[in-house]
Write a protein that binds this ligand. Structure first.
Ligand SMILES: [Zn+2]
Length: 231
């Protein structure tokens, strides 16, 4: 399934009557900056811990029993870690580029970037691997930066579709490559431990821009390398 967000690049199609099959344009301001301003009013840590106590009471627990005394603090600390992506800036990560491609004109693929994110519907983890390729024109980033970019978006409440689209759009917007390809495969615990409770079901999402969208052969080559041997 292709993520349901259209390319941030201008539509080159001359047929302006054709309805855009993908809804809402992704606004770079929404995904290129840190999601939370430092001065944004937020509930205090004490209020957050109080909310955890409320949930403990809701499930029938006694928040005052010894084993649970530190739980609200631990949960809020875990939230700080799991959701630190709200305070990090994706554009900054991609900002340090190398201008020299030394004549390299193929795509760069980073396979098997492990991530854990939280689904925005249940606040339960989904985790898996991202595979990212882009074809540099002038600007190349250090390979670890694409993993960091993935983590920044993953450490926010997400849908897998948005995660896929945001990674692709950020690379597209900052590096201006000839194309970006992103495939994400993930297991959703909201599906594996609750709801239909199906373990091991994997959800795949993909997003292609530029040459990967326009050239089926390049898209196929990317996919065969992602699925390729040594997996
Ligand atoms: Zn969910």
């Amino acid at each position: 399934m292709d993520a349901l967000i259209k390319s941030i690049r201008p539509n080159k199609s001359t047929d302006t009557k054709a309805p855009e099959t993908r809804p809402a344009e992704l606004d770079p301001a929404e995904f290129l900056a840190a999601a939370v301003r430092a001065d944004q009013p937020r509930p205090s840590r004490a209020e957050a811990e109080q909310a955890v106590q409320t949930l403990l009471g809701y499930i029938g627990e006694n928040p005052a029993r010894e084993g649970l005394l530190d739980t609200p603090r631990r949960v809020v600390e875990a939230f700080d870690e799991l959701y630190q992506g709200y305070h990090q800036c994706p554009a900054e990560v991609l900002d340090r580029t190398f201008g020299e491609t030394a004549g390299y004109d193929d795509f760069v693929l980073i396979r098997d970037i492990e991530f854990t994110s939280q689904c925005e519907h249940h606040m339960m983890p989904f985790y898996g691997r991202a595979h990212i390729a882009y074809t540099p024109v002038e600007r190349v980033v250090g390979l670890s930066k694409l993993a960091r970019l993935t983590d920044i978006f993953a450490r926010r409440l997400q849908t897998q579709e948005h995660l896929t689209a945001q990674i692709a759009a950020a690379i597209d917007e900052v590096l201006k490559p000839r194309g970006v390809a992103v495939v994400i495969e993930a297991e959703h615990t909201c599906m594996s431990v609750r709801g239909v409770a199906k373990h091991g079901a994997m959800t795949f999402t993909s997003r292609f821009t530029g040459m990967f969208r326009d050239n089926p052969a390049e898209q196929a080559r990317f996919l065969s390398m992602v699925r390729g041997p040594n997996r």
